[in-house]
Design a binder for this molecule. Structure first.
Ligand SMILES: [Zn+2]
Length: 52
């Protein structure tokens, strides 16, 4: 799977766990995948939500 901000590939570890994070917009059940780099660049969830 790919990061939804930088489009880089996100590594999967095991049992569908990923390096990075999965966030959901309020009121939506659609998951958004983000790599650890983008997570670091935007430590606040609100900032991440604006980018996706
Ligand atoms: Zn990214």
């Amino acid at each position: 799977m790919k990061c939804e901000i930088c489009k880089n590939k996100i590594e999967e570890i095991f049992l569908s766990k990923i390096k990075g994070t999965i966030i959901k917009k309020p009121g939506s059940s659609k998951p958004h995948y983000l790599c650890p780099d983008c997570q670091k660049k935007h430590p606040k969830k609100e900032e991440l939500l604006e980018k996706i």
